[in-house]
Design a protein around this ligand. Structure first.
Ligand code: MN
Length: 247
């Protein structure tokens, strides 16, 4: 199983969640929301060979954490994965739009300077500006749009830019989410939980709940579970290869 976007450090019981991931052999991209959370979150996965920790600066806190960009720059040489980063165009965050853009572009340039990174990106109500920033920073690495919720036209632009996608049970529970997923190239899709933020049927998702997304993809793709798992494993392998060719 693969959970390519989970906030392990934000569960009330992070050690229990990590133990469960190890027990079930789940590959996890453990994303963070601030550079200052990176060290502790990395430690959480100590000894867990299938968990990778990503360095992030979430757009919802960009205006509060701009000062941590210096720490971001110090840490980025030490990890091949960056996230959660991006932009959020929700009305309550509009007043911080300039800060969001400053932070996001700084982060993309830092990734580029370091030879590119595998990046997990947030783009709620901001698909176009996120794609514009990626187009201006093509050497920033391999972009994986998590829980993409733009239009089909924006999705096509993302595909043309070389973006990947991570999809979870919450996204695939809506017809709109499924419609987007149908247009995604199968060889560029990974599963995610986005736990503990994302809910499904009234409970906060755990990494193990990606099994639901595998079933949903099987239905969308008209394949059996084994075929879907094979495709996702091969996709993860390709991402690992890309992460390792980044400097
Ligand atoms: Mn997230």
């Amino acid at each position: 199983m693969i959970d390519f976007h989970a906030h392990l450090d934000l569960y009330p019981n992070p050690f229990e969640v990590v133990r469960d991931c190890i027990l079930r052999n789940i590959y996890v991209l453990s994303v963070t929301t601030t550079p200052s959370a990176f060290a502790g979150t990395l430690q959480l996965a100590d000894g867990a060979t299938r968990i990778r920790t990503a360095l992030g600066l979430h757009p919802e806190v960009a205006h509060l954490r701009r000062k941590e960009l210096a720490l971001f720059d110090d840490l980025v040489p030490h990890t091949r994965y960056v996230g959660e980063i991006g932009l959020d165009g929700s009305p309550h965050l509009r007043q911080h739009w300039v800060d969001q853009q400053t932070v996001f572009r700084h982060v993309l340039r830092a990734c580029a300077r370091n030879g590119g990174r595998v990046m997990s990106l947030h783009s709620r109500r901001a698909a176009k500006p996120v794609l514009d920033a990626l187009a201006e920073n093509r050497d920033s690495g391999c972009a994986i749009l998590h829980w993409f919720s733009g239009t089909v036209r924006e999705l096509r632009c993302a595909i043309d830019l070389g973006c990947w996608f991570s999809v979870g049970p919450s996204m695939l529970s809506s017809e709109r989410g499924r419609e987007l997923a149908r247009h995604m190239p199968r060889e560029r899709v990974l599963t995610e939980s986005d736990g503990p933020f994302a809910n499904h049927q009234g409970h906060a998702l755990w990494p193990r709940d990606v099994v639901t997304a595998v079933k949903q993809l099987a239905e969308l793709w008209g394949q059996d579970l084994k075929e879907v798992e094979g495709q996702l494993a091969s996709n993860l392998n390709e991402i690992g290869r890309r992460a390792n060719t980044a400097s």
